[in-house]
Design a protein around this ligand. Structure first.
Ligand SMILES: Nc1ncnc2c1ncn2[C@@H]1O[C@H](COP(=O)(O)OP(=O)(O)O)[C@@H](O)[C@H]1O
Ligand SMILES: [Mg+2]
Length: 290
């Protein structure tokens, strides 16, 4: 009992290895700030003393490399093809986090047989216990591939903006994710709002809808204001957490990240390597579609 408590506090698994928190950053609509926030969240969590890996899992339109001004030699597609091991695809960033580029890997991941994915699962498993946090920057929407990434994670950060389309699409994401896993913690985070009150109102409205039509509730991460500094940082390919550590947006992100890290994880997949979860969910979804 005591040993179990100790390992849980330290984030270790039954084998005494580090057990990372696996967090999806997703949205209903594109262009709401997933990649911007994934990279800056990674850097912020690193400043909160976590060792972080960010996976660019927006398999069609990934742009983490562009946001950071890096030109990765390889992506996860090369790993799936068996050209390289996953380790060789990692990019170590100056800010102290690692990036795994995956954009462009859609055909490989969609068409890969279980055997190929099992190889990926083994190779990725070797990395997992080096990190405290792994962030998957997923694509937008409810395609099977996006869902498969989200359902493999321990908790989901759902980004919304005040745009009505973003809210309607976010509700669709909640509905589908809850349809597969009722216990998945969904942490709605408002981005590009004009005030913190606007963020609160968006959350309350969404939570009310969820409660009324789906049952249960979603959590609130907090709000990030629309800030020209964020878009300028993107154009300059310099993450704002590094260049503007004392800005109000960076401070808001710090509070949101502290809240996200503290929220309990879904235990459904505890201890199971990420891509094994991926294989399992893929099989389940194929079964649902028969
Ligand atoms: N809080 C913000 N304030 C101003 N611009 C933002 C903010 N968050 C994101 N953006 C801008 O929105 C655009 C889309 O962001 P991106 O992270 O690429 O979205 P996604 O990954 O969801 O498609 C980028 O040009 C970025 O600069
Ligand atoms: Mg993106």
């Amino acid at each position: 009992m005591l040993q179990k408590m100790a390992t849980q506090t330290l984030g270790l698994n039954a084998e005494g290895l580090r057990q990372p928190q696996i967090i999806a950053v997703t949205s209903g609509k594109g262009g709401v700030g997933k990649s911007t926030m994934s990279v800056n969240m990674g850097l912020m969590m690193q400043r909160l003393n976590r060792k972080v890996l960010v996976v660019d899992a927006d398999i069609h339109l990934g742009n983490v490399d562009f946001i950071l001004g890096i030109r990765p030699e390889y992506t996860i597609a090369d790993v799936v093809r068996g050209t390289i091991g996953v380790e060789e695809a990692l990019v170590a960033l100056n800010g102290g986090i690692d990036i795994l580029p995956a954009a462009g890997a859609a055909p490989e991941l969609l068409e890969a047989g279980d055997g190929v994915l099992q190889k990926l699962a083994r190779s990725f498993k070797g990395l997992e216990n080096r990190y405290d946090v792994i962030i998957f920057d997923t694509g937008a929407g409810i395609s099977q591939l996006v869902l498969n990434f989200v359902l493999g994670c321990d908790k989901t950060v759902l980004l919304v903006t005040p745009d009505p389309a973003s809210l309607a699409d976010a509700y669709a994401v909640i509905k589908v994710v809850r349809g597969h896993n009722r216990r998945m913690p969904i942490i709605m985070t408002a981005n590009m709002v004009r005030s913190h009150e606007e963020g609160d109102v968006l959350y309350k409205k969404m939570n009310l809808m969820v409660n009324r039509f789906l049952g249960g509730h979603i959590d609130f991460g907090g709000a990030i204001l629309r800030d020209d500094m964020v878009s300028t940082s993107i154009k300059q390919q310099r993450p704002f957490v590094m260049d503007h550590p004392n800005s109000s947006t960076t401070k808001a992100l710090r509070m949101i990240n502290q809240r996200i890290l503290k929220m309990p994880n879904d235990k459904t997949n505890e201890g199971m390597p990420f891509f094994e979860r991926f294989i399992l969910n893929r099989r389940k979804m194929a079964g649902d579609n028969l």
